[in-house]
Design a protein around this ligand. Structure first.
Ligand code: HEC
Ligand code: HEC
Length: 223
């Protein structure tokens, strides 16, 4: 465990002094708002999310909205509530942007975001039906990282089952693989920059295209 802690202490100061990546600060008031999110209200609001994110919030590999083919849409079901809340607030503030989600989030209040986050957190996480496959290189990155590249293992943050962790660390298990690849590439080229302390940008920059693809496959089938 020691080298891992060392890597994490090296990573964080590297990013000190940069522009704030997000306007969300985990004050007791914000945490309380998310914690007391009303899942029933969230379920009603979530009717409008189904056309893209799927009936059960499971995400979709490809979706046709008004004859526009959108690329893979992420799963929201079973996601850590504080993470979902943060992403909705980040889209609203412009810290993260997307043609569809910026518009959606601008129509939501902070309370709506908390209610939606509570609803999606209450749904069972997505499960891939495909048989278990072997992803040896991905498994090594997830479990051991790579000391030569100052790459901490994914599990120290995302959890051994890819279940995510408070406050802002997302669950990855069952996530749509094409979305996973797209968003890691977006961290890599800086298009996505709402990760506090650049934690994911620093990591994504060190991953090759093949590694990203394999990690996406690994997490997709993780239960
Ligand atoms: C028109 C399609 C569309 C609709 C409707 C839509 N979304 Fe999205 N959503 C997307 C796309 C596409 C992305 C991925 C965007 C990106 O890469 O930043 C996304 C991403 C997200 C994310 C970030 C997920 C992650 O893992 O980081 C959250 C949270 C989210 N949507 C919540 C919602 C909620 C809540 C609603 C309903 C109130 C909703 N969305 C409605 C298309 C949509
Ligand atoms: C130091 C902690 C840390 C480590 C180690 C880490 N992550 Fe992350 N990861 C985060 C945080 C925090 C976020 C969310 C940041 C934000 O708000 O955008 C994130 C987001 C992600 C996302 C976006 C998920 C989504 O739904 O949009 C993916 C994919 C991801 N990480 C993959 C990985 C992989 C693969 C590894 C290992 C190679 C890894 N992470 C290692 C902290 C970490």
């Amino acid at each position: 465990m020691k080298p891992i802690l060392f890597l994490l202490t090296v990573l964080i100061p590297l990013t000190a002094g940069a522009e704030p990546a997000s306007q969300v600060a985990w004050t007791p008031a914000v945490l309380n708002r998310v914690k007391s999110g009303d899942a029933n209200k969230g379920r009603e609001l979530a009717e409008s999310c189904k056309s893209c994110h799927g009936d059960q919030g499971q995400g979709v590999a490809e979706v046709n909205v008004d004859d526009d083919i959108l690329p893979a849409i992420p799963a929201l079901a079973g996601q850590v509530a504080t993470y979902t809340y943060k992403q909705l607030r980040d889209y609203d503030a412009g810290s993260r942007s997307d043609g569809s989600m910026t518009l959606v989030a601008k129509g939501l209040s902070e309370q709506d975001a908390a209610d939606l986050a509570a609803w999606f957190a209450s749904l069972p996480p997505p499960r891939d039906k495909q048989a278990d496959m072997k992803f040896a290189r991905a498994e090594k990155l997830v479990e051991d990282g790579d000391g030569k590249r100052i790459l901490p293992p994914c599990f120290v943050c995302h959890g051994a089952q890819g279940q995510g962790e408070k406050m802002d660390i997302p669950a990855l298990a069952g996530q749509q693989a094409d979305y996973f690849v797209r968003t890691l590439n977006a961290y890599k080229n800086g298009q996505r920059h709402n990760d506090i302390y650049s934690r994911m940008r620093l990591i994504a920059r060190q991953l090759s295209a093949d590694e990203i693809k394999e990690l996406a496959g690994y997490y997709r089938q993780l239960k």
